[in-house]
Write a protein that binds this ligand. Structure first.
Ligand code: CTP
Length: 441
């Protein structure tokens, strides 16, 4: 737990990180923070940058979203700030929060400083306005309970009343109080995520509290949507395998699904998926994919099918991604046996299957095929499928006077088949085939 000895002596001047902000932030972001401070002064309101932004600033790692906290009326501040700087503002009155989006795409999330009280473990808390100190004390870990003052006269003053900087130096993840994991079980996932992402360790007390919370199965109290968000966050990290292994150490995978286990085979599969993903990004920077979906496929493929269905029924993943994950399981079941056969000729429908798959699924399949021979055969099939892509497109069919509709898919499929079999090798050949297919009988 955060120890009180971390509090600065009364009257001591806080550390100022103005120079750090100037040196480490892009000039435009620095300017936006300056402007936020000025608006704060105009409204006689203390304003701070908080949380992960300050943590990443002090660690000198790239920062994600910028969160501001205002001691006073956050939404009023956001509206004035946006008005002065021709930005867009979306307010969430119920939560006292707002998002300000600048024309150049920069975004700030603004909240009113608050205290939180949990009526029931794992439920959403009731909130009341508070001071910056209250706001930091309601947070998850000391390293995330840091703030930087933005008002001009005190621009860059670090607010570190809970020992955040000390723990950053000591590479320690430490909760702020005994009930942290009980009140908000998503913090169990967060603790392991930060531990692995930053290369930190849980403090002894924090590890003990996490073990206790796991024993009380607190994660099961989370609503499906909060659990699903927590899982997506894990799968979106750079090395989800390490985090899943950490969750398994605390027996937390069990709460996602009782059949979910961590094994050397699962670890290998996720590592392979990471390698294929990295290669894809290098070779096709123009074809961005969602890594979490690839890792989701990999994790699900370690489960028996009824368990996959159960997880997808329980966790409300976005619909398209859930569909892709399920489809990947079907494809794997059809493809792997075909690739394992010694026969050199692969059935046409197997190659056809590959043609329409999204990159996420292809990346997963490349990782999931177990043998080197299987991987080579898959590459050859993909190359063949790629080569068979017709020159003609829907655009051309339109130019040929054909009415758009399901007919297009039928024609393009036939062209693709003909290319694959070598029956058609040129654009003229394709046009001839289209003419034959559309001739009135
Ligand atoms: N927070 C918390 N408890 C949670 C979630 C968030 O106390 N369950 C607080 C932390 O102070 C955190 C801040 O809210 O720093 C912002 O949360 P979020 O944006 O989810 O996380 P970041 O710390 O910014 O981490 P990431 O780099 O993963 O975005």
């Amino acid at each position: 737990m955060a120890s009180p000895d971390a509090r600065p002596r009364p009257g001591a001047r806080p550390r100022n990180v103005h120079t750090l902000l100037k040196a480490r932030l892009p000039a435009r972001l620095f300017q936006i923070l300056r402007q936020a401070g000025t608006t704060g002064d105009r409204q006689q309101t203390p304003v701070y940058a908080v949380g992960g932004f300050v943590r990443d600033l002090l660690l000198n790692t790239p920062t994600g979203d910028v969160d501001l906290v205002v001691e006073g009326r956050g939404i009023r501040f956001a509206k004035t700030f946006a008005q002065h700087h021709k930005a867009r503002v979306t307010a969430h009155e119920r939560f006292g929060t707002a998002t300000v989006t600048f024309a150049d795409g920069h975004r700030l999330d603004i909240a009113t400083a608050r205290t939180e009280r949990y009526a029931r473990p794992a439920a959403l808390p009731t909130v009341t306005p508070g001071t910056i100190g209250d706001d930091l004390a309601r947070r998850d870990f000391t390293i995330n309970a840091l703030a930087v003052r933005l008002n001009p006269a005190r621009f860059g003053d670090l607010v570190d009343v809970l020992g955040g900087e000390r723990d950053l130096r000591g590479k320690t993840i430490r909760v702020l109080h005994e009930r942290s994991f009980i009140e908000d079980p998503t913090r169990a996932f967060r603790a392991i995520r930060f531990e692995q992402r930053l290369g930190f360790r849980l403090s002894r007390d924090t590890a003990r509290l996490l073990r206790e919370a796991a024993r009380r199965r607190v994660v099961r109290r989370l609503s499906p949507s909060r659990l699903s968000d927590a899982v997506i966050h894990v799968l979106s990290e750079r090395d989800p395998g390490a985090i899943l292994a950490g969750l398994a150490d605390f027996d937390l995978l069990h709460d996602i699904h009782p059949r979910l286990r961590w094994s050397p085979a699962a670890a290998r599969l996720l590592k392979d998926a990471g390698r294929v993903l990295a290669r894809h990004t290098r070779i096709h920077p123009d074809r961005p994919v969602q890594p979490w979906v690839v890792y989701g496929m990999a994790v699900m493929s370690t489960l028996p099918r009824p368990a996959v269905n159960a997880v997808l029924a329980r966790l409300p993943f976005p619909r398209r991604q859930a569909h892709l994950i399920l489809q990947a399981m079907h494809t794997r079941d059809r493809l792997l046996p075909a690739l394992a056969q010694r026969r050199r000729v692969v059935p046409l429908e197997t190659i056809r299957l590959l043609r329409t798959l999204p990159d996420e699924t292809l990346i997963f399949l490349r990782a999931a095929v177990p043998s080197a021979t299987g991987k080579r055969r898959l590459s050859a099939l993909l190359a063949a499928a790629q080569r068979a892509t017709p020159v003609l497109t829907g655009h051309d069919l339109r130019a040929m006077g054909l009415t758009p509709g399901p007919l297009y898919t039928r024609i393009l499929n036939r062209l693709w088949d003909a290319r694959l079999k070598g029956a058609v090798t040129t654009e003229t050949g394709e046009r001839r085939l289209v003419a034959r297919l559309t001739r009135p009988s």
